[in-house]
Design a protein around this ligand. Structure first.
Ligand code: DX5
Ligand code: ZN
Length: 222
């Protein structure tokens, strides 16, 4: 099995101690830090924006994998770059000009990503494959942590794996929502190269983070 990146979602962290939580998952073996930005409009929940991300930036050198669930996106791209985002992932439904948004993300110095909701087909990214560094498959409907994994999304992962392999480019294929030690081997077998997990990483508190992250990695199940 291929090696995968683990990107813990701080949506499940203790919001009163976010700096400590980020240092704890960094030391526990996280490869990236997944930051879910929600606006209460594109998705029915509210989280955090650029000022909080900027304050978190000094707490780790690991890449900030920022997942935007906001509409519109374009007016905020510069602010996320300034705050220290490395990957900026958007939903195609968030605006009328996906290609323009991806170009703007790239020109701001970040890696552009596209997130696909459970009902959004893989084919949406075909015209923009050359413009992105990451595809994120939502295996829950976006908005909340702790939801049940939608098994049918593994077929979309397989489809995207084939599409990405055809490009010959090293595009990260990430899955997000309901991942745990039981289903992560299936996601990896289907072709993902990055796993987002919120509740499965943060359960049990800081002393459990290293074991929780290890349990999501393929070597444990190989
Ligand atoms: C949902 C978010 C996910 C979420 C995952 O909208 O995009 O990143 O935090 O949480 P779990 O792993 O608990 O499903
Ligand atoms: Zn997310």
């Amino acid at each position: 099995m291929r090696n995968v990146l683990i990107s813990p979602s701080i949506l499940s962290a203790d919001f009163a101690r976010l700096g400590d939580e980020i240092r704890a998952i960094d030391q526990a073996g996280a490869d990236m830090i997944h930051i879910d930005v929600m606006d209460g409009h594109f998705v029915p929940n509210l989280t955090f924006g650029p000022p909080i991300i900027e304050k978190l930036r000094p707490h780790t050198k690991k890449p900030f994998d920022v997942h935007l669930m906001i509409a519109p996106v374009d007016p905020f791209i510069h602010a996320f770059a300034q705050a220290g985002a490395n990957i900026l992932t958007v939903h195609p439904e968030a605006g009328p000009h996906l290609h323009r948004t991806l170009q703007a993300i790239r020109s701001a110095g970040m890696t552009p990503g596209v997130a696909l909701n459970p009902a959004t087909p893989a084919s949406v990214i075909e015209p923009v494959l050359d413009d992105i560094g990451l595809v994120l498959v939502m295996s829950v409907n976006p908005g909340f942590g702790g939801q049940a994994f939608i098994e049918s999304q593994l077929r979309k992962v397989e489809q995207l794996r084939r599409m990405i392999d055809q490009t010959g480019r090293d595009i990260i294929l990430e899955i997000d929502g309901g991942l745990n030690a039981e289903n992560s081997p299936r996601a990896i077998a289907a072709g993902v190269t990055a796993i987002v997990a919120g509740s499965a990483v943060f359960k049990g508190g800081p002393t459990a983070y290293a074991d929780n992250i290890r349990a999501l990695r393929p070597s444990v199940h190989a």
